[in-house]
Design a protein around this ligand. Structure first.
Ligand code: SAM
Length: 355
């Protein structure tokens, strides 16, 4: 398959050393895990309404509640000084935030100094025709693009508002800009479960990795989650009926476990928060666009960083609040999809904490 060698044998991508930290700096939680990865949701707004993520009529935060881009930059800078090596910008849809390229340009200075190893983002792809080249110019090397189907009608059903052709243009723009693309696919029972092989072929043909994600019970949506949940053990078994999957120790600093498909030479990642607890190696915390820090995607506990951020122009109070938050990072989550109440495990939508 074309471009494969290039994707599989790019040594720069093989080991993102997000655990490396400069001497004297670093955040270690009560379970000895080094926190070196910050995900930042820069907006709760999105131009799509994916059925498993949002209800159709969402109420979004008023602009005045959001951290300004300058404040987001400042918080990120403090995290980098404290040992964060990987920054992922997410949302909502990060590329719909006004003037977002200002933030990428500002953050790219940490790549130039070497303090930051990776600046990346998760996007639905809709704005990439506009921004892919600028992102590459800011030092972004890899991006995650969410894509659950290759069928334009199903794409519209899943995203409610999305335009498949626009996302395909976005993917092409990312390729043209030289960005390494990883496709993220949420496995949805009865919706796209029989398309996963096609998505693998689509990704591997282009030299992309593909990561399959189990749907998590986050946020009230209009439908029933128990209907959507598909354990990845089933997806994996189906893929194994067609291809030879070989476990590999490849890490990108995220929670996925990877295999290589022998026949295509490409990689598939599996993110299994529901059926396999991935917390033991968790190195991440998540900042919302209002300055709330979640130490675990699957727990309600959080720390407010906006008040200490705004209380003073020096970073002492902010730094202290971050240390205090890390000292409360929980051991793990306990998501369950409750079949009786059919309520989400957490009322918070994924668009608040970011994927
Ligand atoms: N708008 C961007 C995008 O579409 O990638 C970034 C934010 S979106 C919330 C990030 C990722 O979370 C997407 O891949 C989306 O499919 C995934 N996601 C959203 N809700 C989810 C849920 N309940 N369970 C699993 N994944 C979810």
């Amino acid at each position: 398959m074309r471009k494969l060698r290039q994707a599989v044998h790019d040594p720069g991508r093989d080991h993102i050393n997000v655990h490396a930290r400069p001497p004297g700096a670093g955040m270690v939680d009560p379970f000895g895990r080094t926190v070196s990865y910050l995900r930042v949701s820069v907006t709760d707004r999105c131009d799509f309404r994916c059925v498993y993520c949002m209800s159709e009529h969402m109420s979004f935060l008023p602009k005045r509640d959001l951290l300004t881009l300058e404040e987001l930059d400042r918080v990120c800078g403090v995290f980098v000084a404290k040992g964060v090596r990987k920054l992922r910008i997410t949302g909502g849809e990060p590329l719909v935030r006004k003037n977002i390229m200002w933030l990428f340009r500002a953050l790219s200075r940490h790549l130039e100094t070497g303090a930051l190893e990776e600046l990346t983002l998760t996007t639905n792809g809709s704005q990439l025709p506009k921004y892919a080249a600028d992102l590459a110019a800011c030092g972004v090397k890899r991006i995650n693009i969410s894509l659950d189907t290759l069928n334009p009608d199903r794409f519209r059903q899943i995203t409610r508002w999305g335009d498949f052709a626009q996302v395909m243009d976005g993917i092409a723009a990312a390729e043209k800009a030289g960005l390494a693309v990883k496709i993220n696919t949420v496995a949805l029972k009865g919706v796209n479960e029989h398309e996963i092989e096609d998505l693998v072929c689509f990704a591997h043909d282009r030299g992309f990795d593909l990561t399959v994600i189990e749907t998590m019970p986050l946020g009230d949506i209009d439908g029933d989650r128990t209907d959507q949940f598909l354990p990845l053990s089933i997806v994996r078994a189906r893929l194994m009926a067609r291809w030879t999957l070989e476990d590999i120790p490849y890490h990108t600093g995220g929670p996925a476990r990877y295999v290589t498909v022998k026949e295509t030479g490409g990689r598939i990642g599996f993110i299994t928060p529901m059926t396999h607890n991935f917390c033991e190696s968790c190195n991440r915390v998540r900042l919302t666009c209002t300055g709330t820090l979640y130490m675990c995607l699957g727990q309600a506990d959080a720390a407010d960083l906006r008040a200490p951020l705004r209380s003073s122009s020096n970073d002492e109070a902010l730094s202290g609040a971050i240390d205090e938050a890390i000292s409360r990072k929980p051991k793990g989550h306990d998501f369950i999809i409750d079949r009786r109440s059919k309520k989400p495990a957490l009322a918070r939508h994924m668009s608040v904490t970011g994927g």
